[in-house]
Design a protein around this ligand. Structure first.
Ligand SMILES: [Fe+2]
Length: 287
């Protein structure tokens, strides 16, 4: 991948500063990331079989949707997976007690999934911050198998600090979670993609793109401010990946973060992040 760094600076403040300036990192798989991916793959195989990348051919869509929903809930909420997530964070020298994090979500991009109107929001161009997420948020993205550009997503790096037309003002965190956690975490109401308001890019974009290509267990790190968009997958295989998000709490408090250029969402997701430095708070208390 062009314009992507493959190792982190030694100094942690420098790592975060570079991320806040738009640097993207693709880090080698390590023991921690492979332990996490392998633990998830055990569950996926139990639910979908060994040929899980062909599961769109084997299961009716309602059945497939429910199987994925159960997996997502287990991975997001269980202490086992939260622990494995923390180990990944620490394995790259991010002091876990200084972070708050939104636990690991399973992402599944089906072959021709974009033809399902209920899945349309998955393919919207967006910044992760448009979903009431902190400006200092960093997204960690980990593929569960080797992935190629036509099944992943693209960055539009020129727009990192340039405003774009968008409708992020439709998104309010408190309204989003008023009926519970299903929409936020996504385990998942089939109607949500049709009825809920998901912010999206509202203009054409041009210029350089960065296409994501990665091996199983590699860790892609990027600022939540990066404009990006999931590709329409017509590879004949369903793509499986994980992601979670971290916020360095001191940076957040000090507003050491990318300048907000166009995010008008309201409220903050941070209240529901897990805080290892203050055990007992965060998502575990959420219904
Ligand atoms: Fe995203």
């Amino acid at each position: 991948m062009n314009n992507v760094a493959t190792y982190l600076p030694e100094n942690q403040d420098e790592v975060r500063n570079r991320l806040y300036q738009g640097e993207i990192y693709l880090l080698p798989a390590n023991e921690a990331s492979l332990t996490l991916t392998d633990a998830v793959l055990v569950l996926i195989r139990e639910s979908l079989g060994d040929d899980f990348q062909k599961s769109h051919e084997q299961y009716e869509s309602d059945d497939f949707f429910q199987r994925i929903g159960r997996l997502r809930k287990r991975i997001y909420t269980s202490e086992e997976f939260q622990h494995l997530t923390e180990v990944v964070i620490e394995s790259h020298d991010f002091p876990v007690e200084e972070q708050a994090y939104d636990p690991t979500r399973l992402r599944v991009i089906s072959h021709k999934g974009h033809q399902n109107p209920g899945a349309a929001p998955i393919y919207y161009g967006h910044r992760d911050t448009w979903y009431s997420n902190p400006q200092a948020m960093i997204t960690w993205w980990i593929p569960l198998h080797d992935v190629f550009p036509e099944e992943t997503f693209q960055f539009f790096p020129w727009y990192f600090d340039q405003s774009v037309k968008n409708d992020s003002e439709i998104f309010d965190f408190d309204a989003w979670v008023a009926e519970g956690q299903e929409k936020r975490i996504g385990w998942q109401n089939k109607q949500t993609g049709r009825t809920a308001g998901y912010p999206q890019l509202r203009q054409e974009v041009s210029g350089e793109t960065i296409d994501v290509i990665a091996r199983k267990g590699e860790v892609l790190l990027f600022s939540g401010q990066h404009l990006h968009q999931t590709r329409k997958n017509e590879t004949g295989k369903t793509r499986f990946s994980l992601d979670f998000r971290t916020v360095h709490l001191h940076d957040h408090a000090a507003e050491r973060e990318p300048l907000n250029v166009d995010n008008r969402s309201t409220g903050s997701s941070l209240v529901q992040f897990v805080r290892p430095g203050a055990r007992g708070s965060g998502v575990k208390n959420v219904p």
